[in-house]
Design a protein around this ligand. Structure first.
Ligand SMILES: Nc1ncnc2c1ncn2[C@@H]1O[C@H](COP(=O)(O)OP(=O)(O)OP(=O)(O)O)[C@@H](O)[C@H]1O
Length: 282
């Protein structure tokens, strides 16, 4: 396992924000951590990055405890934080070149031109960072996170402010990192469409624990009766929820044959399941 978290607890004052969080990640796996505002997603990620000291529990990332791991370990970790860094007067290409050079004692960094191309910033290489737009700045944050070709990449709401094209290019980049370089990715997002497109596995964090985990089909099966089938018979419109849309449609055909019209099936979405899980927990 690349990451093992077991019984992780985090207490702020007298409140347990994380109360026994456990999960694992394999090499090349993309995990999305979902949960309502304040659920503890950033806290979890910051503990795994070694930026925050946990109250209790076992955490192992790349064979080390992030709380005590050294610089060589840090060189294998890539981080895209929620908040912006302040490198305003640096130029984009210069900064990436400089940050890349910090990795050379340990590993070979991503060549600057290739990296700029991968995040769509080639045209902005000579531009001062403080003059970038919000989305361009976020692309730079992603470039900074991956410049050392990390084995594990943490992305805290990475696509906030991205336009649809940038978002889709970013998804492609994450898929490539995972598939071609075996990078393990843990990302937080409030965009359920993004989570279902990107993640091999989704973890839902609520009330201090992982209340559900699995692929999108695994999760949508947790909530029964969510598929919706619509149809018409003799011009009259009908709609029904069912836990097994295929069997239901087969029955419709058997009953109505050629009289059946305008059939549509709406599969339970990750959003339906997520909302049901979180409401149930609340
Ligand atoms: N340093 C701190 N001291 C006290 N409480 C804190 C501290 N940092 C975070 N918290 C609290 O811990 C809880 C979890 O915060 P966290 O930022 O991890 O949530 P999140 O799931 O990332 O939320 P969001 O989706 O809004 O980014 C929140 O209630 C927050 O107010």
């Amino acid at each position: 396992m690349v990451m093992t978290v077991d019984g992780l607890r985090m207490r702020y004052g007298d409140t347990d924000v994380l109360d026994g969080v456990s999960f694992e990640a394999r090499p090349g796996e993309v995990l999305a951590l979902l949960g309502p505002n304040g659920a503890g997603k950033s806290t979890t990620i910051e503990i795994l990055e070694g930026f925050r000291l946990r109250s209790a529990g076992h955490v192992d990332v790349l064979g080390a405890d992030p709380a005590t791991a050294g610089e060589r370990w840090r060189s294998r970790i890539g981080i895209v934080l929620q908040s912006w860094r302040d490198h305003g007067n640096w130029r984009v290409g210069e900064l990436l070149q400089h940050l890349g050079s910090c990795y050379t004692p340990y590993r070979s960094p991503w060549p600057t031109a290739e990296l700029l191309d991968a995040v769509g910033l080639t045209e902005h290489s000579g531009q001062k960072i403080k003059t970038l737009s919000g989305g361009q700045r976020r692309r730079l944050d992603v470039a900074i996170g991956i410049v050392g070709r990390p084995d594990v990449l943490f992305l805290d709401e990475p696509t906030t402010g991205f336009d649809p094209e940038a978002r889709s290019e970013f998804h492609e980049l994450v898929r490539r990192l995972a598939a071609e370089q075996g990078t393990t990715v843990l990302l937080t997002t409030h965009d359920l469409d993004e989570a279902s497109k990107l993640a091999h596995r989704i973890l839902v964090l609520a009330a201090g624990r992982i209340i559900a985990s699995g692929s999108v089909p695994d999760l949508t099966q947790l909530i029964a009766g969510e598929d919706e089938v619509g149809w018409t018979v003799d011009g009259q419109r009908f709609r029904k929820s069912t836990s097994d849309a295929t069997a239901f449609v087969r029955e419709l055909f058997a009953t109505y044959g050629d009289a059946l019209g305008e059939l549509d099936v709406r599969r339970a979405s990750l959003e339906d399941t997520y909302l049901a899980l979180v409401r149930e927990q609340a």
